[in-house]
Design a binder for this molecule. Sequence first.
Ligand SMILES: [Fe+2]
Ligand SMILES: [Fe+2]
Ligand SMILES: [Fe+2]
Length: 414
Amino acid sequence: MFASLGVHEYKNIITHSVQVAKISRHLAHSLGLVHHPDQVYLAGLLHDVGLIFKASIENYEVFIDAFRNIPDLEKIVLTLDRKDRHSFISHIVASHLGFLNVDCTRALLYHHTPFDEISDEEGVALLANCIKAADTISLIFLKSAEMFSEGTLESMIKSLEKDMGLNQEVRKAAIDSLKDVRSLLDLLDNEPHFKSDAELSCANFEKATKLIAALLDLRSPYTRIHTFSVARIAKQLTSDLMTEIDQRFMGIAALLHDIGKITTPLEILHKRGSLNEIETIVMRTHVVMTEKILLKSGLETFCRVSTSHHERLDGSGYPYGLDKSQINMYMRILQISDVFSALTEERPYRKAMSPFDALSVIEEQVNAGKLDGIVFEKLKQLINNGFTLVTFSHVLEDIFGPDLTNLVLQEIND
Ligand SMILES: [Fe+2]
Ligand SMILES: [Fe+2]
Ligand SMILES: [Fe+2]
């Protein structure tokens, strides 16, 4: 799922992350480091997520300009993060996921630090240094417009040779990996090459899903809280109508509902007027993209519910035009949660509605036979009982943990 975010603004950073994940895992294995290969991979994958948070939160204009117009990630770092704050933010994000071991999350702190300056256990320092070497290899590959030539290979080897921040053995392993024709192309393609037998607890899976959702939503100031808002309302409504397990399931299905929107161009998300026919088609494809991404990720169970948020009980929705008999309770809850959240958020073409105005709009749709009446009654009760809308602080607290959010914000604004 993480790899599927690699389009539009995120193309380079996600390609880079996937490559660093694979190369770090390969290097750690060659060096015989004790960390589990899956753990090393995930550390590599997350090493630069802090950059996305830092950039988008600090100054959205600069973020969007940098990620869109500068395909060179080194320049992005120089433009946005001269003081290397993203390493710390990536570390906090990874620590809060709950399934990365402490050594692997600590390594993220030092992925730009010269080996001799890392004051931590040797295993952590070596792993951090593997990520550093992987980072160099991947950045040069991206700069070469992902074309593999002898020039590219030569400049990778030279960079590694002259990087005094690399431990001798890490440098050797990195250069050897570039000379190994069996692994070279796998390390540098766009494929994740990740399969794990490890099991995630439901709670940790939800945390991972939240990270993906946050990255998706950070693309635009208009969507910054959308997914979290939908998930929070959907969970709340489910707890009133169904069991606790249903509530867990619903929360995750809601967090995944718009993941396909990663492919919707910002020009469409940010358009001030109404969308024309062609733009509407492009916009609507996001649901089908959600379906493709979830099926590819092996998440069939959530997929049916997540992709139903634009279906309507009278058959007028999309993409399948499902009718009442095909729309179960989860789907009905998700539909109302999605509409309510969207209405209470600002859009480029209108101001945010108050919760009560949003309720009236939804009531019309219930009366027109499009949305579910029972779910609507529960939503009304919820709002009348003083349910507070999600804010961006809630989103950040979910990602960084309540205790560390302020610290992270200080780092970002420093
Ligand atoms: Fe980095
Ligand atoms: Fe990097
Ligand atoms: Fe949505």
